[in-house]
Design a protein around this ligand. Sequence first.
Ligand code: GLU
Length: 488
Amino acid sequence: MSVRVRFAPSPTGSLHIGGARTALFNYLFAKKYKGNFILRVEDTDQERHEESSVKTLIHSLEWLGLSWDEGLFIQGRDLKSKGDYGPYRQRERLSIYLAQAQKLLQQERAYYCFLTDEEVSQKRKKAMEEGRPFRLLSPYRHLSLEEAEKKRATGEQACIRFKVPEDQTFYRVRDLVRGEVEFPADAAGDFILIRSDGFPVYNFSCAVDDALMKITHIFRGEEHLSNTARQFMIQEALGFTHPVTGHLSLLMGPDKRKLSKRENAESVEYLEEEGFLPEALMNFLAFLGWNPGTEQEYFKQRQLIEAFSTEGLNASSAVFDKDKLLWLNGEHIKNTDNKQLWKTLHPFFERENLVFNSDPLWQDRVLTEMKSGFKTLRQAVEVLKPLSKEGFVLEESAKPVLEWPVAKPFIQRWIKALEKHSEDYLSLEDFKSIQKQIQENLKGKEFFMPLRCAILGKPQGTEIKVLVTLLKRVELIRRAEESLKYIV
Ligand code: GLU
């Protein structure tokens, strides 16, 4: 039997870190066992479902590099199901759920229940007042299907409830992460499968889809543990074997509180904009609930697939540690080929309207010298900005320094020395020797600060030793001349 796993998000906005982690573990499992990874969108709950949030979600999954074999895809401007078990959007499967519910009705494993919401809440309230746990006992449990159909024919509204077996008081599940887990089977009584408006509840649509799509394994968040017994009961009643589950540990924020979906700072979309690399994020996510059993922390996608195993999954909660993400991102940046890295940086430069030298050899040299100085692509923009033409702006803080009496003659000597030089670029040695020549009797600050102003437009900031070798000699002259214009 080949492995079939799915990621089944309810799209409510951007893809959150927690969802991305769930998708990743399903993906890794599928890749490891050469199975199929499926994207199914669970969108029956939303009042009005936004097409754009499904597209955002798909974009984030694609960006992360979690490709799927079956499911929902973007084709042109539309969403399209591809695969043998579609459609993969629950909204398009409503007739399938009704047909499966019919089967359960026929087999007396489910029944039409005519209790109104109001009546159910009264029963709940009464149980609370009497201090006993609420367990729904529907007076319609034993009504025959024929009788129920008659009532419905008169226009009475009914939902379809699952008949929780009376003889089964607990349910035992073997979970790949948690081992044996036990649940009371009927804690809340007979639960709804199809609401009176014809829409299925999550547990029903999910159980039906997992069965019909031949899902073999499910990795999902711990918060779904309590749904598992219901889903298994439904699948068994329909005559299907149920998938094997692995309920992943809770994700905590640095404050040790459960990460909320609403915290935008933890959305994949946001992290992409911040300049995290997909492979670094993937590496980071893998460690939220899994470890390889070795000291190795840096993993490329391919290595993760090789190393992944369910034995490495653990049940204790995982903390979202942004510093670790930054560190990993820095490591992935260092290991990215310069040509590729420059390409990845390009949209970030464009957003800031920065134009750099287009010579690939120069770009390669820049990244070799400077890439250990940033941990995100956004930081890279700040670090590399002084190397662009637009990166030289004389700032207010430069002006008082340029007015020092020693500044003007010093900068003039700097220009002269540059003009005498014949190469396009200075080497570090050239720079050091020029510095010695033009320093004369000036002390540290007296020449360093004006020099910074003449190179960076400000007296403080980035180390100039490296920068100066990456700026064309003519550009250094242009900048120095610009700064002289401020000196009267
Ligand atoms: N649609 C559910 C959610 O987004 C997940 C269902 C599942 O993985 O079983 O929380």
